[in-house]
Design a protein around this ligand. Structure first.
Ligand code: F3S
Ligand code: F3S
Length: 105
């Protein structure tokens, strides 16, 4: 799967959403998260993020490895909704993300 890392926090550009053919990029309060079971690894989202927050999971820089876990764990709460458009913004963040100081501002 692909994953979203620290540069997205408090930025939420959302250019990625428009590119995803399966609509599996979900909006939380402070960042967006990719649903690992719904992502088909097409890679279309990765080049459009203006802050380069999106990585193939094996390519996430080591210092951001917690974001891989956070993206996966987010959906232990949220499940597999089968499409972000109908879900809309989710009033939740992974606890690790929620606890971060203001970022990227
Ligand atoms: Fe975030 Fe980049 Fe998407 S900032 S919302 S991952 S385009
Ligand atoms: Fe969508 Fe990006 Fe996966 S465009 S299918 S989240 S690689």
């Amino acid at each position: 799967t692909y994953t979203i890392a620290e540069p997205c926090v408090d930025v939420l550009d959302k250019a990625c959403i428009e590119e995803c053919p399966v609509d599996c990029i979900y909006e939380g309060n402070r960042m967006l998260y990719i649903q690992p079971d719904e992502c088909v690894d097409c890679g279309a989202c990765e080049p459009v993020c203006p802050v380069e927050a999106i990585f193939y999971e094996d390519d996430v820089p080591d210092e951001w490895s917690e974001y891989v876990t956070a993206n996966i764990d987010f959906f232990n709460e949220v499940g597999s909704p089968g499409g972000a458009a109908k879900t809309g913004k989710i009033d939740y963040d992974h606890p690790f993300i929620k606890a971060l100081p203001p970022m990227n501002t």
